[in-house]
Design a protein around this ligand. Structure first.
Ligand code: PMP
Length: 361
C-alpha cells in the first residue's frame, strides 16, 4: 500500500487508520449484516453513530450546554444564505468582515436577502492579512458580525477571538475547525463543511447558541430553518449517513490523538516546518500572508517567477506531492496541512523545497 503526500485543499487527507477501519466494516457494520450505508437512518445502529458524532464534537470543543450541534447538508455554501434568511430581519444590517473569497461569497448571498455592510476588508492588499482590532469598526447596531476564521485560498487565519464583538459573532470555520481549541462561548454560531479537518464532504457541522433558534421568521422554509434541525436532532430528513459515520471515526481519531490541544500542537509543528523554509530562503520562497496573520492550515507561497512556480509544481508532482497548486483565482503554491496530514509529509515537503531552491537559485 502506498499513501500519497496529500496536500489537497479539500476534500483532503483522511487519517489512514480511519480509512482502514471503515474498510473492515464496509460489508458488515457492527454485526448488522450490512454496510452503514445500507442502514435505515431511523435504526438504533445508525442513531448510535449519529449521536456519538454530536457528543464528540461537544466534548472535543467544550461546547457549553446552551448550544446545539447540528449536522446539515449543502456544504458551507448553503450556510451563506441560511444565515441571513434566519438572522437578518428587515430593517437591520449584518456586518461581513472581508478576509478572502469565501467571506465575499458569504456576503454576496446576504446581499440578496437583506441589508449588509463590511466595516473592515483586507481586499486592497489581495487579502494578505487579518484586520486588527482597531480596524474592525464593530457596532452594537449590527444584527450579527460574520467572519471567516481561516482563509483557505489566501492562507490567512484569525489568531484569536478575544475581543468585544458588540453583536452576535458568526464564523465560517470550514478550514480550521478542530485544528486547535477555540472559545465557543464567544460565538453565536460556528459552521464548517467537514471535508478539510473532519471527514469526507457531504456533512456540514453547525454549532449554534440555543437562543438564536427562536429568532427565525415564520416565512423561512422548513428545511432552511435551524430550529427544524435542532428540534429533530438533525434527523428531520435523511441525513448523509455515510459522511456522518466517517465524521464520527475522524472525531474518534482526534480524541485518540490528544483532542483539540493535540491537534494544535501537531498543526503548529507542521506549519512551522514549512514557514521556517520560507523564512530561511532569503526571499526565494515568498509567503503570501503577512507573518502575524499566517494560517496554520494553508501555507501559501510564490517562487521568484511564474516559470519557477510551474517548474516547482511539476517537479513536486513527479516526486509524489499532491495538491500543491495555489487556488485558480490566485495562482502560486499552497500546501494545505489539515489535521490528518502527517508530520512526515510536511518534513518530506520541507526537504523537497530546500533541495529545489539549491538546484534553482
Ligand atoms: N468556506 C471556506 C472557508 C471554504 O474553504 C470553503 C471550501 N473550500 C467553503 C466555505 C465552501 O464550502 P463547501 O464547498 O462545503 O460549500
Amino acid at each position: 500500500m502506498s499513501r500519497a503526500h496529500n496536500f489537497n485543499a479539500g476534500p483532503a487527507a483522511l487519517p489512514t487508520e480511519v480509512l482502514e477501519s471503515a474498510q473492515t466494516e464496509t460489508v458488515d457494520f457492527n454485526n448488522t449484516g450490512m454496510s452503514v450505508m445500507e442502514l435505515s437512518h431511523r435504526s438504533p445502529d445508525y442513531e448510535t453513530v449519529h449521536n456519538q458524532a454530536i457528543a464528540s464534537i461537544k466534548s472535543l470543543l467544550d461546547v457549553p450546554d446552551d448550544y446545539e450541534v447540528l449536522l446539515l447538508q449543502g456544504g458551507a455554501s448553503l450556510q451563506f444564505p441560511m444565515i441571513p434568511m434566519n438572522f437578518l430581519p428587515q430593517g437591520q444590517t449584518a456586518n461581513y468582515i472581508l478576509t478572502g473569497s469565501w467571506s465575499e461569497k458569504a456576503l454576496k448571498e446576504a446581499k440578496l436577502l437583506g441589508q449588509t455592510r463590511s466595516s473592515a476588508s483586507a481586499e486592497e492588499s489581495n487579502y494578505t492579512y487579518i484586520p486588527n482590532t482597531s480596524q474592525l469598526g464593530l457596532s452594537e447596531e449590527d444584527a450579527y458580525v460574520h467572519i471567516t476564521s481561516n482563509n483557505t485560498i489566501f492562507g490567512t487565519q484569525w489568531q484569536n477571538f478575544d475581543l468585544d464583538w458588540k453583536s452576535p459573532l458568526i464564523a465560517d470555520m470550514s478550514s480550521d475547525i478542530l485544528s486547535k481549541p477555540i472559545p465557543v462561548e464567544r460565538f453565536s454560531m460556528i459552521y464548517a463543511g467537514a471535508q478539510k479537518n473532519l471527514g469526507p464532504s457531504g456533512v456540514t457541522v453547525v454549532i449554534i447558541k440555543k437562543d438564536l433558534l427562536n429568532q427565525s421568521a415564520e416565512s423561512v422554509p422548513t428545511l432552511m430553518r435551524y430550529d427544524t434541525h435542532a428540534d429533530k436532532n438533525s434527523l428531520y430528513h435523511t441525513p448523509p449517513t455515510f459522511a456522518i459515520y466517517m465524521l464520527n471515526k475522524v472525531l474518534n481519531w482526534i480524541e485518540q490523538n490528544g483532542g483539540a490541544e493535540g491537534m494544535r500542537q501537531r498543526n503548529t509543528e507542521k506549519a512551522e516546518l514549512l514557514y521556517n523554509v520560507i523564512d530561511e530562503s532569503n526571499g526565494f520562497y515568498q509567503g503570501h500572508a503577512q507573518e502575524e496573520s499566517r494560517s496554520y492550515m494553508n501555507v501559501t507561497f510564490n517562487l521568484p517567477s511564474e516559470d519557477l512556480n510551474k517548474k516547482f509544481l511539476q517537479e513536486a508532482k513527479e516526486a509524489g506531492f499532491v495538491g500543491l497548486n495555489g487556488h485558480r483565482s490566485v495562482g502560486g503554491c499552497r500546501a494545505s496541512i489539515y489535521n490528518a496530514v502527517s508530520l512526515e509529509s510536511c518534513q518530506a515537503l520541507k526537504e523537497f523545497m530546500i533541495e529545489f531552491q539549491n538546484n534553482n537559485e
